[in-house]
Design a protein around this ligand. Structure first.
Ligand code: ZN
Length: 119
């Protein structure tokens, strides 16, 4: 007997999360919640979801940050949103050297001076 099995990954837009500054695209942006699901395929049909994870995605540059389920369940709380935003910004700045960080922080300060500051 021949079995045809496999895996398929699909990504779905769930909803808008919050507005925040993105150091990757140097702009105020809307972050969206996406859910990535991996499916077990049996004869070309999605049989059951194997794994699902939530992602915060920048609308401007599509920078992606994983949002664990425990945080996802509290994502409407201001404290959780602030911690996700802080984590994203720390991750984005962690790959930069000191000169790049100073430039990006100055660029953001200039941006915030022209616009209403966001988290
Ligand atoms: Zn961005």
């Amino acid at each position: 007997m021949i079995y045809n099995i496999g895996w398929m990954k699909e990504t779905l837009h769930i909803r808008t999360l919050f507005k925040s500054y993105c150091y990757h695209c140097s702009n105020s942006t809307t972050w969206h919640l996406w859910r990535e699901k991996e499916w077990f395929m049996f004869f070309g049909q999605k049989s059951f979801p194997f794994m699902a994870k939530n992602l915060a995605v920048c609308k401007g540059c599509e920078f992606v940050q994983h949002v664990p389920w425990l945080r996802y369940l509290k994502v409407d709380e201001a404290e959780t949103r602030l911690s996700i935003t802080t984590e994203i910004q720390q991750l984005q700045l962690s790959t930069k050297n000191d000169i790049q960080k100073r430039f990006l922080l100055a660029q953001r300060a200039e941006h915030d001076a022209k616009n209403v500051p966001v988290n």
